[in-house]
Design a protein around this ligand. Structure first.
Ligand code: ATP
Length: 220
């Protein structure tokens, strides 16, 4: 089997179990040699909402992935000035692993909007996509939103199925149970003083408490 390298980009503000658990499902299925989680530097579509400093977001990813032998935190977008584009990050992995099968992981909500991404055609020509099941967009609803150009590339995969090396660029829809957690929800609950223990890996929970992230200034 060709070496398999996966890249998973996101704000990870914070990294939560909705990022982690579906990726574990993907790992059980695709048997990646390595999965690199890349916290976004300055994503062009989130310019008006300030993100938590990337140093915190990278630390949370690093701690949460420590128990997983093949999962890694990547600082690829930490030192980039100006907006960071996924296509550039994926191209960097293409250069780093010229002979590997390259897979880009994303949730189905993001995938349904892929045609709004900068140079998206270039992106899907550099990497196979593995689309993770995010509750509200799946099945026929998702298929309707898939750009015309990608329809013929769609392949549904059941968890734990044997996935042979693809012979052409493929978009895999991984049919795992959805894991309905969002970072917006985690931040809101933390702001309201509600428990977030079940929504984030325990290392992330401790980190958020210690560094008092997602609190408003008027709280003690
Ligand atoms: P926010 O609520 O701040 O918009 P988010 O929870 O969507 O954040 P991001 O870090 O922005 O998380 O998302 C990065 C990637 O993770 C995207 O491709 C997104 O679709 C995917 N993702 C996030 N949460 C889930 C989930 N629960 N299940 C599957 N994919 C998810």
């Amino acid at each position: 089997m060709t070496q398999r390298i996966a890249v998973y980009g996101g704000s990870f503000d914070p990294f939560h179990t909705g990022h982690l658990v579906p990726t574990v499902r993907a790992q059980e299925t695709f048997k990646f040699d390595a999965v690199f989680f890349v916290p976004a530097g300055n994503p062009p579509h989130k310019q008006d909402e300030p993100l938590t400093p990337i140093t915190h977001r990278l630390s949370m990813v690093a701690m949460a992935t420590l128990p997983y032998e093949r999962f890694f935190a990547s600082d690829d977008e930490v030192f980039v000035d100006g907006p960071t584009y996924t296509v550039e990050t994926v191209k960097r992995y293409r250069e780093r692993f010229p002979h590997a099968g390259l897979y880009f992981l994303l949730g189905s909500d993001s995938f349904s909007q892929i045609s709004t991404w900068n140079r998206w055609i270039e992106l899907v020509n550099h990497a196979h996509l593995v689309v993770l099941h995010r509750a509200h967009i799946w099945g026929s609803e998702l298929r309707q939103r898939v750009p015309e150009e990608l329809r013929s590339r769609l392949v549904e995969v059941e968890p734990f199925a044997d996935v042979p090396d693809p012979t052409e660029q493929t978009v895999y829809l991984l049919n795992h149970d959805p894991f309905p957690v969002s970072a917006t929800d985690v931040r809101q609950r933390q702001r309201q003083g509600l428990p977030i223990r079940e929504l984030v890996p325990h290392e992330v929970n401790s980190y958020i408490e210690k560094y008092r992230l997602y609190r408003t200034d008027d709280e003690d």
